[in-house]
Design a protein around this ligand. Structure first.
Ligand code: SAM
Length: 848
């Protein structure tokens, strides 16, 4: 590609990392940006000018940054080795082309650069905005790379400030993590990746120690494997034992979350659909030493990335310039406090909560942190962690110790005393707007002292040319009972209530915990699950329990302002393409409501039923694939009422199994869990196992598959042929065309096998080891991969964009029609199995 030029007007100045102002050198060349939107709002500007009190020059930089388009940013995901391979491609193939592109005035385009504070240079940004990269032809190849790798989960198009909260959580492989408000899921994906860091290498290292005994050929030892730290998570043969529960109150957004996280194929994930203010207590098996004592899950890490007014996202959501009103933030304050209090309750002692918003308003930030700590008994129970040395290179401001509140009418208030005085003196005698005491800075004097709110982090848009973000890390020091909202604080001199049993009134969200006066980490098992909000198998009171909460801060407000804000462009890009078919949703029609009953929210999910290891299907799978006895066979699960394998068999971790079995019938709304490991497949003869290994489950199981079902491939060109051709022939000496694997594919028994791609290391663009499902039938072979994955691999490894070749397309179409008809008849196993199984439909082995 020679020098390429793109045109446009009104491109504004400013760039990344300018340290107060960015690079103001962009005028002259460029592109159009949102010309129709007037980026002015008097109330907004007056309020923040009064609040932030920047010197004049910095104030201008702040507003100028907010009016500019956001730089383009993305993150390489997945296992480290894999992420580094995709990153290498950016550096060697795309950046050299990008630097040849010129602005209208002849200046070269600035290439993407690593975000300086992100570990391992896995996050990148570039000053050219997203919509320019998307639309201008010189960027077409780069854009294709971004889209292709995003679609298969190797790249996340995430805004840089949104990457900060998970980085501060220090998540380990064995941590139990909750993301309370997780949709659409970019931070949840980051957290899940952290749970899996180092796992692949640990598992291989463990397997290698048994390889000779088990007759496994694991190929060459990688450097990562040699350096793997088995002590990082020692209890399950190197596998990650941690868990992420990703929750969102909004059912539809919850399914975007499933779509986003499913790409990571993690058995360490559960997705739930609950109001975070009432997130339920999750039951675990009792400790063997105390079999009669109920045990509940507590978390090592919690992310509370709460619904907020979002005024830090003005760059990404320019409509906010006209939509911002002072009331937005006020309506969210109480919900935010409740979510944070619930997070602190659910945390282990020593655990950490990260509280974050994309708002700059202290009423949603410092005021929430202070109010939640206060309700949990003060700084003796919950500390604010000093993160000043974390993420060096990230420019930030400390949290505020004092601030003002703007009410719905635009009037600015300095203190709660001022509000009370107004109430006393006014005729109406009522508090204006939705003002409450906890919105205001803590008063001077003994009660208000000592809250180190300066440890909170404020990331302003002009500091590094980003969006705005607020982040605070809190640590639980001891167990406590949180004071309810309606309960007055202890009189001065008395203990704040830490560790004291307190009467819970209405507003305390979890009735299970409230039911037991001294409950701390083991809430009493209540007869009715407290946090069930709808469609519970056992009808329970729940909406009634939360009446106080809904009365003083209607959730409608919270959702109107925060939860149901329109999708921004990142989110929209991540949205499932096939909107009509919500992934993870059942195929069953929504349940019919008996007349006169309140309408149910959400839909009923299929149950999760675990298979007995002695089940004939499990035995057949073990025999056929010669699975090592070291692979756990008590974690297989199906999703139908009968508990019989019908279409898909899932795999989960041991902890997930415990949670799903212990909480069956308790009304907890699990909407996703488990990785599809085996899919039912028509087989040409009785000797062939009808359960093929699904691509998603392959990374988990392939190391345990016996050599009789493995094909080792080293040649890049052989791999290219398997990727580009669907159903290449092996009959009539066709196998001879397959170079080093020819004889092996001729001789191996029919059915599914593991294709282990083990590059010989000579080609720098072909270094990644992979394991993929391959189906052998009488006449042909077929890689059982979705078309998107094939195309993405062709692009990545061969820079090849040619269409896939499918010689049996017609047969496929007929088969697809047959499958579709059969699907309509299937009622027993819908759930996630109901979602299109593209490998089975599009890549079905040719019927022979
Ligand atoms: C700021 S967004 C979260 C963004 C997300 N953490 C990410 O990184 O992609 C806030 C989310 O909170 C959800 N939400 C709103 N009210 C909630 C509540 N009471 N409980 C749980 N989730 C809630 C909304 O549906 C929305 O998806």
């Amino acid at each position: 590609m020679g020098r390429k030029n793109f045109r446009g007007k009104n491109r504004r100045g400013g760039g990344r990392g300018g340290g107060g102002g960015g690079r103001g050198d962009r005028a002259g060349g460029g592109w159009k940006e949102y010309p129709a939107i007037v980026k002015e709002n008097k109330n907004l500007q007056n309020f923040y000018d009064a609040l932030l009190q920047f010197p004049e020059e910095e104030r201008e930089q702040y507003w100028a940054a907010l009016r500019r388009e956001l730089p383009n940013s993305f993150r390489f995901c997945g296992s480290k080795g894999h992420a580094l391979a995709v990153k290498r491609l950016l550096q060697t193939r795309y950046i050299p082309e990008i630097v040849k592109i010129e602005h209208q005035d002849g200046r070269p385009v600035e290439p993407p650069l690593p975000v300086p504070w992100y570990p391992d240079e896995l996050a990148w940004w570039m000053t050219t905005p997203k919509n320019v990269v998307r639309k201008f032809p010189p960027f077409a190849a780069f854009q294709k790379f971004l889209v292709s790798e995003t679609s298969i989960g190797n790249i996340s198009r995430q805004e840089v400030v949104s990457m900060i909260p998970p980085l501060l959580m220090d998540v380990r492989s064995n941590h139990v993590v909750l993301d309370m408000c997780a949709a659409p899921g970019s931070k949840a994906a980051q957290l899940l990746e952290m749970i899996h860091v180092g796992e692949e290498a640990r598992v291989r290292k463990t397997l290698r120690s048994f390889a000779q005994e088990d007759g496994l050929d694991l190929g060459k030892e990688t450097q990562e494997e040699a350096e793997a730290d088995l002590d990082a998570d020692p209890t399950d043969c190197g596998r990650a034992t941690g868990l992420l529960i990703a929750n969102d109150a909004d059912y539809k957004r919850g399914h975007m979350l499933v779509h986003q996280l499913k790409r990571l194929s993690s058995p360490n994930l559960l997705v739930t659909n609950h109001d975070a203010t009432q997130f339920p207590s999750i039951k675990l098996s009792p400790d063997p030493e105390r079999p009669t004592e109920a045990k509940y899950l507590k978390f090592d890490r919690i992310l509370a990335d709460v619904p907020c007014s979002g005024d830090g996202t003005l760059r990404k959501n320019p409509n906010l310039w006209k939509d911002w009103t002072p009331g937005n933030a006020l309506g969210l304050h109480m919900t935010q406090v409740r979510i944070l209090v619930r997070a602190l309750q659910l945390l282990k002692v020593g655990g950490k909560v990260v509280y974050s918003t994309c708002s700059m308003n202290p009423v949603e930030n410092e005021a929430v942190v202070a109010a939640a700590i206060d309700r949990c008994g003060g700084l003796d129970n919950v500390g604010i962690v000093d993160c000043s040395t974390s993420l060096p290179g990230l420019k930030r401001y400390p949290g505020m110790a004092s601030w003002k509140i703007i009410d719905k009418s635009g009037r600015i208030w300095s203190s709660w005393e001022e509000v009370q005085k107004f109430v006393k003196e006014s005729k109406e005698g009522v508090v204006p707007g939705r003002l409450v005491e906890t919105m205001f800075p803590r008063p001077e004097g003994p009660e208000g002292q000592g809250m180190p709110l300066d440890r909170c982090m404020r990331v302003y848009p002009h500091l590094m040319d980003t969006g705005g973000f607020f982040i605070t890390v809190l640590e639980k020091k001891t167990d406590f009972r949180a004071r309810s909202e309606n309960e007055p604080k202890s009189a001065p001199g008395q203990s704040s209530g830490a560790g004291q049993p307190q009467t819970e009134v209405g507003a305390e969200p979890n009735v299970e915990e409230a039911a037991k006066p001294e409950a701390t980490d083991a809430p009493a098992a209540a007869a009715a699950p407290a946090a069930v909000v709808d469609q519970a198998p056992e009808p329970v009171k729940a909406e009634a329990d939360s009446k106080d909460e809904t009365e003083d801060t209607p959730m409608e407000d919270a959702t109107a302002n925060g939860a149901k804000r329109p999708l921004d462009s990142d989110e929209a890009e991540q949205e499932p393409v096939k909107k009509a078919k919500t992934e993870g949703a059942t195929d069953s029609p929504a349940p019919q409501q008996p007349a006169g009953k309140p309408k149910q929210r959400g839909r009923i999910e299929e149950p999760f039923k675990y298979l007995d290891p002695s089940h004939p299907v499990i035995q057949n799978i073990k025999d056929f694939y010669k699975l090592s006895t070291r692979f756990p066979d008590d974690r297989y699960m199906v999703r139908n009422e009968m508990g019989e394998p019908a279409k898909a068999i899932y795999y989960t971790t041991a902890l997930t199994r415990d949670i799903l079995t212990q909480n069956e019938g308790r009304g907890i709304k699990f909407v996703h869990g488990g990785v599809r490991m085996y899919m039912k497949q028509d087989a040409p003869s009785a000797e062939v196992c009808r359960w093929r290994i699904q691509n998603e489950g392959m990374p988990i199981v392939h190391g345990y598959v016996g050599e009789p079902r493995v094909i080792h491939l080293r040649n890049k060109e052989t791999f290219r042929r398997l990727l580009i051709e669907m159903f290449p022939r092996i009959a009539d000496d066709g196998w001879k065309e397959f170079d080093e694997i020819g004889e092996r594919v001729r001789d191996i028994g029919m059915g599914c096998c593991v294709l282990r791609v083990e590059p010989d290391g000579d080609d720098p663009d072909f270094q990644e080891t992979m394991a993929l499902p391959l189906w052998k039938s009488i006449h042909s072979l077929n890689l059982m991969l979705p078309k998107d994955d094939r195309s993405a691999m062709l692009l990545r490894l061969f820079n090849d964009t040619s269409p896939l070749v499918n010689i049996t397309l017609k047969k496929q179409q007929q088969q697809q029609q047959k499958d579709d008809a059969a699907k309509q008849d299937t009622t027993e196993e819908n759930g996630e199995e109901g979602a299109t199984d593209y490998a089975a439909v599009e890549d079905l082995p040719s019927p022979e």
